[in-house]
Design a protein around this ligand. Structure first.
Ligand code: SDX
Length: 393
């Protein structure tokens, strides 16, 4: 019955889009950013190089990288009045609730970067968001533990500065472990962008109405929070903790296969990857490296995760459904080893994905054919009903 099918002439106006930023081949387990493989980028770049690549389409040379890092560093502080926003939250507020609120509130402070039709203002807003996310995120953690907020440091690199704001206190000097800074940098790269996932599509749809970039990123954070999406890394740690010992893994695999049981193995499966998520392989390697360099020999959650992966990958159900570990399966174990609480895992995902979101938002705004998004609908409800007055119903 196409009479009620809302037809949109424009391809992009259905929420689908063309993009030059990220390419995924789900069958082959391939992820590329601007044509470079995620393996090459994770192995040879730092997060600032990848952020530059996503935003501008090319890897920076030495001078371009130095200038970009300086420009970002110069935006890491936030307006001092934003401090007060945290006081409005309960101390036990989920940090993602704080992120949605505070990032959205940036729209009320940076009026000189709200005009989406001005390329300069768009770039200023983009740099501000990339620069301020670590500060806002670290302060959400500090607020939850009742410690003073630490200000960003201009003499520190992006990942190092974030960890410093997370764990330093004013009473003494704090040296960020370079092993953890390097691991954090790689985790940020692995989460930076991923084509048209739920939260990126949310940012694009919000942006297609002309909403300001801070409001669009707040919308992306809200979408990412769900356990089926960015909230999965926190859910994986909770699941591994609930499993408790490797000998209980089989019990949970059986639950995941039971059609009558809503339980799903967190960190497994993907809308697009029907082969290994290439990010999961790099994350697993990073996990072993970090635990090794930290001298953590018998992390029980890693034992459980490896046993779970082994059993699931040999199980006909998972083979038939093409379910493999995704980016979230091992990330939480590394973050836990860094001393980051599970409630902050999705905040880290949002911190990293802000670069991808803002690159995709810019690409959409710069596309002259772009129209307001209007996803299609197939109407399946009642039609042409006779009205019955209240006293006759
Ligand atoms: C991210 O889109 C992106 O790119 C997202 C992301 C990004 O970088 O932005 O990659 C980040 O969100 C990764 C995914 C994190 N989520 C989880 O780990 C949560 C657990 N996974 C599932 O909820 C699920 O796999 C999804 C949500 C990820 C995908 O959902 P789909 O598309 O409905 O699942 P599918 O097509 O892969 O499922 C095929 C079948 C289904 O069974 P049938 O309905 O066909 O009978 O496999 C089943 C599902 O029920 N299934 C699972 C399962 N995942 C899917 N069964 C048990 N455990 C699971 N984890």
């Amino acid at each position: 019955d196409t009479d009620h099918f809302t037809y949109d002439p424009g391809f992009t106006s259905t929420g689908s889009c063309e993009s030059k930023i990220s390419f995924i081949d789900g069958d082959k387990g391939i992820l590329q950013h601007r044509g470079y493989s995620i393996e090459d980028l994770a192995e040879n770049c730092d997060f600032m190089e990848v952020a530059y690549l996503l935003l501008k389409g090319e890897l920076p040379n030495i001078d371009e990288k130095a200038k970009f890092e300086t420009d970002i560093t110069m935006h890491t502080m936030v307006h001092e009045q934003l401090h007060k926003f945290y006081d409005g939250f309960r101390r036990d507020a989920h940090p993602m609730a704080i992120m949605v609120g505070v990032v959205g509130a940036l729209s009320a402070f940076y009026h000189d970067s709200l005009d989406i039709n001005d390329p300069h203002q768009r770039m200023v807003a983009s740099y501000r968001l990339i620069a301020k996310m670590p500060t806002i995120a670290a302060w959400a953690y500090k607020y939850s533990v009742g410690q003073p907020f630490m200000y960003p440091r201009n003499d520190m690199r992006y990942a190092e500065d974030f960890l410093h704001m997370m764990f330093a206190v004013p009473c003494e000097d704090y040296k960020v472990n370079p092993v953890l800074a390097k691991a954090m940098d790689r985790i940020l790269i692995l989460h930076a962008d991923h084509e048209q996932n739920a939260s990126t599509s949310t940012v694009r749809l919000a942006g297609s109405s002309g909403a300001n970039p801070f409001a669009c990123i707040a919308a992306g954070i809200a979408s990412l929070w769900g356990p089926a999406h960015g909230g999965a890394n926190e859910a994986v740690l909770n699941m591994l903790t609930e499993i408790g010992t490797p000998d209980r893994v089989g019990e949970f695999v059986a639950k995941a296969k039971d059609k009558n049981d809503p339980f799903r193995l967190m960190g497994f499966g993907h809308r697009v990857y029907k082969n290994f998520d290439p990010r999961a392989k790099i994350m697993a390697k990073t996990c072993h490296e970090v635990l090794g360099e930290l001298g953590i020999k018998d992390e029980p959650l890693l034992e459980i995760a490896m046993q779970l992966e082994k059993i699931a990958l040999e199980d006909d159900y998972f083979i038939e459904k093409k379910l493999y570990p995704n980016v979230d399966f091992y990330s939480g174990i590394i973050l836990k080893a860094m001393g980051i609480p599970t409630s902050m895992f999705t905040v880290l995902f949002a911190l990293a994905r802000t670069t991808g979101w803002i690159a995709q938002w810019n690409e959409m705004i710069e596309d002259p054919s772009q129209r307001i998004g209007r996803p299609r609908q197939l109407y399946t409800g009642e039609v042409d009903r006779d009205f019955v007055p209240l006293h006759q119903r």
